[in-house]
Design a binder for this molecule. Sequence first.
Ligand code: AN7
Length: 352
Amino acid sequence: MYRGVLEHYGHLLDLPAHTRPVSLLEGNTPLIPMPRLGKELGVELFVKFEGMNPTGSFKDRGMTAAISEAVGRGARTVICASTGNTAASAAAYAARAGSRAIVLIPEGKVAAGKLAGAVAYGAEVIQVQGSFDAALALVVEITQKTPIALVNSINPYRIEGQKTAAFEICDVLGRAPDWLCLPVGNAGNITAYWAGFKQYQKGLPRILGVQAQGAAPLVLGHPVENPETIATAIRIGKPARGEQALEAARESKGRIIAVSDEEILSAQKMLAGEGVWVEPASAAGIAGLMAEAGRGRRPEPVEGSGFEARGKTVVVVCTGHGLKDPSVVIESFQSPKVIPANYEALATVIGV
Ligand code: AN7
């Protein structure tokens, strides 16, 4: 029986002896082949669908590790700042452990499914009048002054847990892919994947990190004061692990690029058109790949010098489930038609 990432890969994770596993059987997510989209882009394409984790995002891999360590050393309260997914995950794992969870979110900028999750799992949800970055600064300060445990990805155990996604990809493919594309917000995940691939020794992918244009500090080379994007999960202007993200891109001979909100929505639609519905931020990876290929809404490939992933095995990490943010779809895709309840009306509207 599968027992979660700590049981499955714990021997490969650098966790203290006092760690006491708190698990919801996270991980073991599907690596879904995407033959249609892959053919269109000229690559062998897979989606690592992290939306299939217990709270609907990749955060659960790191949260099981961070909460297990915190509980093991006797911490009774955990806190995080979050654009939503970390909050829902921290809330769930704290609930599982019987601990108190406090989550700080930017006021009015968190998708409905995430906010509802955090509330449902019983966290104390506090809206901050400011960005994620301001909320993160607050939780860092309070955890320096009190025994409350910080469970943002500044916490090294979060990274340890999140490495397991790289291990799983290698286990399924038998080796690392040639390219790994993923969204970059606070830059914990790109850091964890790169550490995981380096440790696992099944080859190294080139990494394409993708930010939203309105929240692209790593592309611009400086923090963004007022980040803005429809992909609220990655609405982050000052990534805590920005240096490590740049290092992962450089060492892997990859890069970090930015895509527009339009490109993100169009990529979200393309994925859903092949049966995989992800939240907007999660579509940034595929939007980045499409931009590199000179497809979608861009007339020219990003580098202008040919598409380096052509013919290669590419894994796109889809970090969170579409159900997290349903309103964005209803607003930007289509509103369902309304008909009277009779056969004629149905036949007319579907054109038969
Ligand atoms: C769906 O929940 O930062 O680069 O507070 O929810 O590791 O930050 C979420 C980030 C990508 C970016 N995709 O990952 C939070 C938070 C989704 C996300 C990211 C997030 P990092």
